[in-house]
Every structure is written in C-alpha cells, then in structure tokens.
Design a protein. Structure first.
Length: 85
C-alpha cells in the first residue's frame, strides 16, 4: 500500500488542484493500493519541516518528499506507478 500526503495550506488554490488531481489518480489506479491524506502545514508544521516541505502544495510518498510544488498529473501518475510494481 502506497501512502501519499499532500501538504497544503488554507486558501491555496494550487493545493486544491493537487488534492483533486490525486483523488482522480487514486480512483483510476485503485483505491485499495494507494491511500492519501491532506496535511495542513499550519497544523502539522513540525512534520512538514521534518520532511523538508518549504511551501505548499508539496507531495510526499511513503514518508519522503517527492514533489516540492504542484507536479503534472503525468509525473505524479508515473511516480506512483513505479511504486506499485
């Protein structure tokens, strides 16, 4: 099971885009194989800093920061596919 975290902040338009894109990709690739959660960087600042998140949106996969900005849906899909093998 892949664990994806989207680091976001209130009022962040690109964060909303990232969450929407991830939700669509998870539905396409199989919900039983990928879980995800929204991490509010204001509420979980220590965790965000620990992973190296400097701005939102950012995306971590399995506890490691993979994208420090909004990736294209193709890049995110490719990254998740590599881990599902």
């Amino acid at each position: 099971m892949i664990k994806v975290e989207v680091f976001s902040s209130p009022g962040c338009g690109k964060c909303t885009q990232a969450k929407s894109m991830l939700k669509t990709i998870v539905e396409e690739m199989g919900q039983g194989r990928i879980t995800w959660r929204d991490v509010n960087i204001l509420e979980e600042m220590d965790y965000a800093v620990e992973l190296g998140v400097m701005s939102s949106p950012a995306i971590a996969i399995d506890g490691k920061l993979v994208f420090s900005s909004l990736p294209s849906s193709d890049k995110l899909r490719t990254e998740l596919s590599k881990r599902l093998v």
